[in-house]
Design a protein around this ligand. Structure first.
Ligand SMILES: [Zn+2]
Length: 146
């Protein structure tokens, strides 16, 4: 038994119950403790996937803000901000994929989390040519003009 009961949707009626009960308090279906632990485990993982994905999306957005600001000449440290947030986003993206990429759950929040991950991945993909080709090229052009 766990100190704090974990919550999960009842396999029968989908109402949120916790794993300290043996019967669903909504539909009175008997809850197998093994299945309850399994479902609660998945629910906990899905919740983690959601909060990690929203953090991931925030990091990706921050990276893009840095990238945008780095287009302004003579703000050298902003580009470092981009590099750091780019690295963090890429690492978090890979970690999310390894931990939650193949989660088998019908949790609608998990579908939202996957969408957040897709947005973050897209931002990373767009940032690569802009941040590592166009932006350095801009530096070269500016230094030639001076
Ligand atoms: Zn139920």
């Amino acid at each position: 038994m766990y100190a704090t009961p974990r919550t999960f949707p009842c396999p029968n009626c989908k109402e949120i119950i916790n794993d300290s009960t043996t019967t669903c308090r909504f539909c009175s279906t008997e809850i197998d403790p093994g299945i309850a632990a399994l479902v609660a485990d998945q629910q906990a993982k899905a919740n983690q996937a959601c909060s990690d994905a929203s953090f991931l999306r925030t990091t990706a957005a921050a990276m893009f803000v840095f990238l945008g600001l780095s287009m302004i000449p003579f703000l050298p440290f902003v580009y470092w901000g981009f590099l750091i947030t780019f690295l963090v986003t890429a690492v978090l993206l890979i970690r999310w994929q390894i931990r939650f990429g193949t989660l088998n759950t019908s949790d609608p929040d998990y579908q939202k989390a996957k969408r957040s991950r897709n947005i973050a991945a897209l931002l990373v993909l767009i940032a690569v040519p802009i941040g590592f080709i166009i932006r350095p090229l801009l530096d070269v052009i500016i230094s030639r003009m001076l």
